[in-house]
Ligand binder design. Structure first.
Ligand SMILES: *Cc1c(COP(=O)(O)O)cnc(C)c1O
Length: 422
């Protein structure tokens, strides 16, 4: 690790949380170069919903590479590009009664968000964007301006503008309906809030602490967006591709977003691929107005198509995710109830959070958990929530094994906390 410290910028983050050199991975298991096995409950921050090196998807990649088909081609037309759009349209969109155009953006989620906000501003001629407390949308200036976290905002180094933050669902507890609050402010000509170009929302806030928006709240926010002439934009970068059980995280609420941003697990293999789904009437771009060298990399498109063909042609996978997610949630709730610290388990589908309320407990537990062989990251405003986002393809036995290590780490942490506080 010493060599990483001298060679790589101080900005590196996960190599600090998980101090080991990882040489191989398959499914939900990582192997370190000194032969340790680590169970992955973090899935590359949600970029590996189908596990590491998924062999069914890998087959499409090796075939693609062996055929000398185009890997890079800017956004020139290729069979891989067409195949992806046609497959996604027929397998994912058509069955759900959705119709969108595809915009492949630069390869990061942040770039998809930049493109979505630009487009919404262009379509409406308005500047302001409504985003929500604890929202996370990426690190580029437009995306970070829509993100709540002060640490990330400050790193921008310039004043961030063009966004107004509104309280997310449940921000003031269950007694306050924050959708009502939003509606009141947007309809009041003297509220001081400029009419928005877009309302940008995550249905479950991943980085923000696994905060779950309810069905009614999401419907209300969509209705408000429509009412005030703003585009309703869902950031499904982390919660899409099956994370919550359905392919899109907003299906359960029957939403019809004007723009959907996707990235992370879209390629199915951890390859960088990002896109916007845009309702045709809002596709107001001039040709080349939002460009980039790596838009819709063909290799990533080939694996993305394979992922859809492998997992989403019927509802089997979705049901499997719901089952394993229910199981994991029950196990986490059982762990919470075995330790009398008022822990809160929350989430939707396979996006689960174990809120320790005390940041030190979360920090020490995840550190100890890694030493015992399970990779877990924290989230939430004070990093007080342990986040469980394993691969959607994970086996029950590996969940059990990982949760046992987590619980031992938690028990040791609580024991230490008790000793130091006595
Ligand atoms: C990760 C993430 C982003 C940013 O994606 P990058 O690829 O890191 O730029 C945006 N929104 C959400 C909800 C995310 O989880």
């Amino acid at each position: 690790m010493q060599r990483f410290e001298t060679l790589e910028s101080n900005v590196r983050a996960y190599s600090r949380s998980f101090p080991a050199i990882f040489s191989r991975a398959r499914g939900s298991i990582l192997l370190t170069d000194d032969g340790r096995k680590v169970i992955d409950f973090f899935s590359g921050a949600g970029a590996l919903n189908y596990g590491h090196n998924n062999h069914q998807i890998r087959e499409a990649l090796t075939e693609y590479l062996a055929s000398d088909s185009l890997v890079h081609g800017l956004d020139i037309a290729t069979p891989a590009r067409l195949d992806f759009m046609q497959t996604f349209s027929s397998v994912i969109l058509h069955d759900r009664g959705l119709k969108y155009r595809f915009q492949f953006t630069g390869p990061t989620g942040a770039n998809a968000i930049e493109a979505a906000l630009k487009l919404a501003r262009k379509v409406t001629g308005r500047q302001n964007v409504i985003s929500f407390t604890n929202g996370y949308h990426g690190m580029s200036l437009g995306a970070v301006a829509a993100s709540g976290n002060r640490f990330y905002r400050a790193a921008g180094g310039v004043s961030l503008c063009g966004t107004t933050f509104m309280p997310f669902d449940g921000y003031f507890g269950s007694a306050v309906d924050t959708a009502n609050y939003l509606q009141k402010l947007l309809n009041d000509e003297s509220s001081g809030i400029d009419h928005p170009a877009a309302i940008l929302v995550e249905t479950v806030q991943g980085e923000g602490g696994i905060n779950v928006a309810g069905k009614q709240w999401l419907r209300a926010v969509q209705a408000i967006a429509n009412e005030v002439g703003a585009l309703f934009v869902v950031d499904d970068i982390q919660m899409g591709c099956g994370r919550t059980g359905d392919f899109f995280s907003f299906e359960f609420a029957g939403l019809s977003p004007d723009i959907v941003a996707m990235s992370k697990s879209l390629s199915g293999y951890g390859l960088p691929l990002s896109m916007l789904l845009i309702k045709e009437e809002f596709d107001a771009w001039q040709p080349g107005e939002h460009t980039g060298t790596f838009r819709g990399n063909n290799l990533a498109l080939a694996s993305a198509t394979a992922a859809i063909n492998t997992y989403w042609r019927d509802s089997t996978f979705s049901k499997q995710i719901q089952r394993i997610a229910d199981y994991m949630r029950r196990q986490l709730e059982a762990i919470a109830s075995r330790h009398r610290n008022h822990f809160v388990v929350r989430g939707r589908g396979m996006a689960l959070g174990f809120d320790c309320l005390v940041p030190e407990i979360a920090a020490t537990t995840t550190r100890k958990a890694f030493e015992k062989g399970v990779m877990l990251e924290r989230c939430g405003p004070a990093d007080q929530v342990v986040k469980f986002i394993p691969a959607l393809t994970i086996d029950r036995e590996i969940i059990d094994e990982g949760l046992e290590l987590f619980e031992r780490a938690l028990a040791e942490t609580l024991h230490e906390v008790r000793i130091t506080s006595n």
